[in-house]
Write a protein of this length. Structure first.
Lengths: 98, 420
């Protein structure tokens, strides 16, 4: 890491949009698993996600960005009950650690 | 009328002003983008006079009335972060209420300029002069300039803008002057033409502006164990570099005004045996007493610090080495059991000089090191208690006794003017 002579003063961040480089996915305890066959493409999960971690292409949900999803579960809560396309599962189980 | 001062500076004009009027006038001539302030005795009429300038359209300033000093400094921080030239003023408990935001102003490296009209801190409540307020803020990361009179308050506020905004510094500056003694006493001083001040301070050119949509930045993000230390180190470096910028600015100001400022002013020190170090208006009382005692053949002198942050340790070493005894006048008490703040730092600086660079004893022991004076601390004037030339004479008498006998019975810390 750079020393004090080589970093912007006062903690100023002069290059915007760099939060993408900060991988917050490893904070996750529960993982949302998306079931495309049940998804009705209402996009409520995409609207609700505080970390912009629902991946959308051409107006359709295509998956979850696990590098940045912190596992809050809002998407699964907002997903309509009749669809039930997002389910929270234990992260350690999803990784095969237990 | 042609006077000595206007002869030096044909563009200047004489004016009879109180310290607060002089400070408000300096602010009018600087014409800052934003002033956010809350009134407190004895600073009140700085804000009052300045708000009249705003109401009368004499400045372009956005004047923000706030509900407390915490908000005053917070609004000033916000304005400065947005790229504005922002100023404020306060005293005593108002400065204390700004406390956390003082550190934020310094930590964000915002070149705010603030007049601090020195007043005692509560409790017991007191509205009169001592230096407890600014001395308490001595480690907040602000540059501190101290003034002997209204002329110096005016001159230092103008210089402070250039010092603060210099890219080598980018630190806030407080300009300290004694409550009532300077703030409310009328003085004959020389003021510069408006245009000369505006040219001297120029435009603020902030490299990062919080409200610049074309170049968005984040200021004040969470800064943990991986970077915070480096940012504090940068602040320390900026404070060290401020010393040369203060001197350069003083040179430019001397060219403009004919008035020359040093980090320390020394008076009749050349052949002095003993000297008094005094901040603020007390320096004037000491200078008067020095002249009186010199007429009686006493070898006495004065050292008046103008800059306390960054601490001019080397200048103190140069000024005081070779004297036999020195009294440091502290108009505040650290309540540390070990004397006042000015005393503690000056004595530490002399220790370095006495034993060698970095505190190491030079090869061959202490032979050849300059002899260091005995240093006494006189805590005086708390809560506005007056100090007169007779008391200053007593201090010089004590110093002379110490110099004659080499004995300082009773320890180095003394209280002057308190009823026993």
């Amino acid at each position: 890491m750079n020393g004090w002579k080589d970093i912007p003063r006062a903690g100023i961040i002069p290059n915007p949009g760099n939060a993408v480089r900060y991988r917050t996915g490893d904070w996750r305890t529960f993982r949302p698993v998306w079931h495309p066959e049940r998804c009705i493409q209402c996009l409520l999960c995409w609207v609700s996600c505080p970390d912009a971690a629902i991946q959308v292409r051409d107006g359709r949900v295509v998956g979850v960005d696990y590098d940045h999803c912190k596992g809050c579960g809002i998407c699964a809560t907002e997903c309509p009950d009749k669809a039930h396309a997002l389910e929270m599962t234990r992260e350690d189980e999803a990784r095969g650690e237990v | 009328m042609e006077t000595a001062a206007t002869a030096v500076n044909p563009a200047g004009r004489r004016a009879a002003l109180t310290g607060n009027e002089a400070a408000a006038l300096a602010m009018r001539q600087i014409n800052p983008d934003v002033v956010a302030a809350y009134p407190i005795t004895p600073q009140t009429d700085v804000v009052q006079f300045f708000s009249s300038f705003v109401a009368d359209g004499e400045v372009d300033t956005e004047f923000v009335t706030v509900e407390s000093e915490h908000s005053a400094m917070s609004a000033t921080v916000g304005a400065s972060a947005a790229g504005a030239r922002a100023m404020t003023a306060t005293s005593a408990n108002g400065l204390a209420l700004m406390w956390e935001v003082l550190y934020i102003a310094a930590g964000l490296r915002l070149p705010i300029v603030m007049a601090v009209v020195n007043r005692a801190l509560s409790a017991p409540i007191n509205i009169h002069c001592d230096h407890s307020d600014a001395m308490g803020a001595r480690d907040s990361g602000w540059v501190q300039l101290w003034c002997e009179d209204a002329q110096e308050a005016y001159d230092n506020i103008i210089q402070a803008v250039r010092i603060a905004e210099d890219e080598r510094v980018l630190l806030p500056v407080m300009v300290c002057y004694d409550g009532f003694i300077i703030s409310h006493a009328m003085q004959d001083l020389v003021v510069l033409p408006d245009q000369a001040v505006r040219t001297f301070v120029g435009e603020r050119r902030a490299d990062y502006r919080l409200l610049d949509p074309d170049r968005p930045v984040t200021m004040g993000p969470l800064d943990l164990y991986d970077y915070y230390f480096e940012h504090r180190r940068q602040q320390a470096e900026a404070m060290s570099r401020a010393a040369e910028v203060i001197r350069e600015t003083a040179g430019a100001f001397a060219d403009l005004s004919g008035r020359r400022y040093a980090d320390l002013e020394t008076y009749r020190l050349e052949d002095a045996r003993v000297a008094i170090v005094a901040l603020g208006s007390t320096a004037g009382t000491v200078r008067f007493t020095v002249d009186r005692l010199r007429r009686r053949g006493r070898k006495v002198g004065l050292v008046k610090p103008r800059v306390f942050r960054p601490f001019p340790g080397r200048a103190f070493q140069e000024a005081l080495a070779g004297l036999e005894a020195v009294a440091v006048m502290d108009r505040s008490d650290s309540l540390s059991g070990a004397g006042g703040p000015l005393f503690a730092e000056i004595r530490a600086a002399l220790y370095e000089r006495a034993v060698g660079p970095g505190g190491a004893v030079a090869p061959g022991g202490r032979e050849g090191r300059p002899r260091m004076p005995v240093v006494l601390d006189f805590i005086y004037g708390l809560g506005g208690r007056d100090l007169d030339p007779e008391q200053v004479t007593q201090v010089f008498d004590q110093l002379t006794r110490v110099a004659d006998t080499g004995q300082a019975a009773g320890g180095p810390v003394r209280y002057l003017g308190v009823r026993e």
